[in-house]
Design a protein around this ligand. Structure first.
Ligand SMILES: [Zn+2]
Length: 185
């Protein structure tokens, strides 16, 4: 049964939940990523399984994918602009690529404005990912501010919004839905 909306149906903007993810996930191909200007403050990530070509966040406890012996791997993400054409994507990183990025972050206290390139060795889809990160000569102020990576990942992985980021209205709607579900269960 469709949930009966509890909100006024006029809306100048759709709800956050109704808006699609605005950044495509940019997985490194055999040649790695093209040069990218990092726009996020830092990388956000988590442990994921890959199922049907998608990443699924592994919850705290052993999940169905863990039980099926699917590998559990760390993946990190940050919003970047392609240095050549400024296309914005959510660049995906592996644990192997993170060492120089972590060192850069400690030195500069932010990744925003850094020039990131990656390559795979060997040059194959499953080759180990290596990152190079340096200060860029680009004027970072000409690039847009970007939403938090965690909020983008919550959408990507179909997780509920961060409770801290929720308005009272959204919480009340969810609670009302939960009540309805428990009554009909
Ligand atoms: Zn799992």
């Amino acid at each position: 049964m469709a949930k009966h909306p509890t909100q006024e149906s006029w809306a100048r903007r759709p709800n956050e939940e109704d808006m699609p993810i605005t950044f495509l996930v940019n997985r490194a191909g055999p040649k790695g990523h093209e040069a990218q200007i990092i726009l996020s403050h830092d990388v956000e990530g988590g442990y994921v399984h890959f199922a049907r070509g998608r990443s699924v966040k592994c919850p705290k406890g052993p999940c169905e994918h863990c039980k099926a012996n699917s590998e559990r791997r760390w993946r990190g993400y940050c919003v970047c602009a392609n240095a050549r054409n400024r296309e914005l994507t959510l660049v995906e990183l592996t644990a192997a690529a993170m060492k120089p990025i972590d060192i850069y972050f400690r030195q500069h206290r932010t990744l925003r404005g850094a020039l990131l390139t990656t390559k795979r060795i060997p040059e194959k889809p499953n080759g180990r990912l290596y990152a190079t990160i340096v200060e860029s000569a680009q004027a970072i102020t000409s690039y847009p501010a970007v939403p938090s990576v965690r909020s983008l990942l919550r959408k990507l992985w179909g997780l509920p919004k961060d409770p801290d980021a929720n308005g009272d209205v959204q919480r009340k709607i969810r609670e009302a839905d939960d009540d309805t579900n428990s009554q009909t269960a």
